[in-house]
Design a protein around this ligand. Structure first.
Ligand code: RFL
Ligand code: PHB
Length: 394
């Protein structure tokens, strides 16, 4: 056994865990990150791509925004496509000039890991059998197997930033948390294709055969998603079928064409809304996907994870500055106000654009009427835009 000590033990080196470690460092607070996967794995995982204005501001203010400023692609609007027609939502015009930025999650994670390592911070990658203990008393600890031996980190607080399938949330006693959940009767098939994007902006498309999304990663990489069955196997979706379905769903009559390229990544993502309340117990604080999941239609998961750790870092900074637990005690309440608004928006975007198996012809007409309303009413479009660029941080 190799005992270590730090102020904040962080389980999970995804966006939430790495940003928390970085913000704590800037506040003069020590932390150690314990991550189950390798550095390469967490830096290469294909995930989110859309950063809210507030997320970009946070990266910049925290001193990790240089590459984002150089390589991020700023978007001022998005397209809603339905009934074979295209409708632009002027995000900037509707929000007093706010924007979103395309910058892949893996680049965010890379920037944060680089910053942490440059500052001499400790990250244990490839940690096995990670467990947490002592968090309902005064002696919390993270124990794991790494480098052939058992390691234990004792700390003042544990941050559970270990995602939806992590170990922290399930380690809390039965009954400590109330779970709110909705599982959707469909999934997303996502591909990354080596081809220039077919549009300068994101396209959210509603079609009778199901939802489709056109996004991008760079001027030469396109990210595309298709609504598929919740139990579909990836083998049921050979490249040809993926392209045929994308062409059908995105079809418009004005000459617009979807560019095809070599598919370099393909995966299926289930769709779920999930909240665990409260987001803390004893000396454990849950943040990001460990505490909540949103369906990806609103592009919110990464942004919400970073909003949580911003609140947590401020609460810990106050505790270490003057011994006050006030902000730690209100951590869950503060975060959940944002979490539920983002849950509402993500559910609404999902309902607006997907084909639900139980929908009858009435529901389908109502859905199209809602899209017609959103794309023709300033008030409705503004509500979408306000949420999409990100609600203000409290
Ligand atoms: P993560 O990223 O899952 O990181 C958790 C980390 O914890 C590690 N871990 C453990 N470590 C130690 N011990 C254990 N027992 C552990 N168990 C797990 C994991 O290896 C991992 O490194 O959670 P975090 O940090 O909360 O970040 C959340 C975001 O990753 C997530 O919300 C987004 O990716 C969601 N999401 C999107 N969010 C957006 O804001 N905009 C988007 O455009 C967007 N698109 C998406 C998405 C998620 C998707 N998938 C694949 C779920 C598109 C997709 C397809
Ligand atoms: C992405 O680029 O991966 C992406 C964009 C918008 C979403 C979800 C995912 O709503």
């Amino acid at each position: 056994m190799n005992p270590m000590r730090t102020q904040v033990g962080i389980v999970g080196g995804g966006p939430a865990g790495m940003m928390l470690a970085h913000l704590l460092h800037r506040a003069g607070i020590e932390s150690i990150v314990v991550e189950a996967r390798s550095r390469e794995y967490v830096q290469e995982r294909v995930r989110a791509g859309v950063l809210e204005q507030g997320t970009c501001d946070l990266m910049r203010e925290a001193g990790v925004g240089a590459r984002l400023a150089r390589e991020g692609i700023t978007h001022h609007g998005l397209e809603l496509r339905f009934g074979g027609d295209r409708h632009r939502i002027d995000l900037s015009g509707l929000t007093g000039g706010k924007t979103i930025t395309i910058y892949p999650q893996r680049e965010v994670v890379k920037d944060l890991i680089d910053a942490r390592i440059a500052a001499g911070g400790a990250i244990f990658f490839e940690a096995d059998e990670v467990g947490i203990r002592g968090f309902d008393g005064n002696a919390p600890a993270i124990r794991f197997r790494g480098g052939g031996s058992v390691q234990e980190i004792s700390c003042d607080f544990i941050a559970g930033c270990d995602g939806f399938h992590g170990v922290c949330r399930p380690s809390l006693p039965a009954g400590a948390l109330t779970i709110f959940e909705r599982v959707y009767p469909f999934a997303w098939l996502g591909i990354l294709a080596e081809v220039a994007p077919s549009s300068d902006e994101l396209i959210y498309c509603r079609h009778d055969r199901g939802f489709a999304l056109h996004s991008m990663r760079s001027p030469t990489l396109t990210r595309l998603y298709l609504q598929c069955g919740p139990d579909d196997e990836i083998g049921a979706w050979p490249d040809q079928r993926v392209w045929a379905e994308l062409h059908t769903r995105f079809a418009v009559g004005d000459g617009w064409k979807l560019n095809e390229g070599r598919i370099v990544q393909k995966g299926i993502t289930p769709m779920r809304s999930f909240v665990a309340e409260p987001m803390s117990y004893g000396r454990v604080f849950l943040a990001g996907d460990a505490a909540h999941i949103v369906p990806p239609t609103g592009a919110k998961g990464l942004n919400l994870a970073l909003a949580d750790v911003r609140v947590l870092a401020a609460a810990l900074a106050k505790y270490y500055a003057d011994g006050s637990r006030e902000l730690l005690d209100s951590y869950s309440r503060s975060c959940l106000r944002r979490v539920w608004k983002v849950q509402r928006f993500s559910w609404w975007m999902t309902s607006l654009l997907h084909r639900f198996p139980e929908d009858n012809p009435f529901d389908r007409r109502r859905q199209v009427a809602e899209l017609d309303y959103v794309t023709n009413s300033w008030a409705a479009a503004q509500s979408l835009a306000e949420n999409y660029v990100g609600l203000p941080m409290d």
